[in-house]
Design a binder for this molecule. Structure first.
Ligand code: ZN
Length: 121
């Protein structure tokens, strides 16, 4: 297992002092922004799924409507519902991805002695 590999530190010249570990890729403020993006994106995805489902249910119910006006209204409502849920879903997905990117960790080796850090591939 490569994670158990210990490396010699180039900074303080200690042998086998560097251990594989993970560090946040970005600073605290950026990570807070990531969380702020991530939370509403989950809510937005849930909301979009709800709108989508209710649109499916409502349009199924109105498909058998007797009058042409009712059917036309149901069609317009379902187009708006699907469009809206798609839009909210897409925006949520993008902001969620962005937030997730901001919260990523980088894999590094860090010296237990002096704190010297370098990136792992
Ligand atoms: Zn060191």
């Amino acid at each position: 297992m490569i994670d158990n590999l210990r490396l010699d530190c180039n900074a303080c010249k200690t042998t086998s002092a560097m251990m594989a570990t993970k560090l946040p890729k970005f600073s605290g403020v950026v990570r807070v922004i990531g969380v702020i993006l991530l939370i509403p994106s989950f809510l937005g995805l849930g909301f979009a799924a709800l709108v989508f489902l209710s649109t499916v249910l409502v349009s199924a119910e109105h498909a058998s409507a007797s009058s042409d006006t009712a059917q036309a209204g149901a069609a317009v409502a379902s187009v708006i519902g699907f469009g809206f849920s798609l839009f909210v879903g897409a925006v949520s997905l993008i902001s969620g991805l962005l937030g997730w990117l901001l919260l990523l960790n980088r894999r590094v080796y860090r010296c237990l002695r002096c704190g010297f850090v370098f990136d792992r591939a």
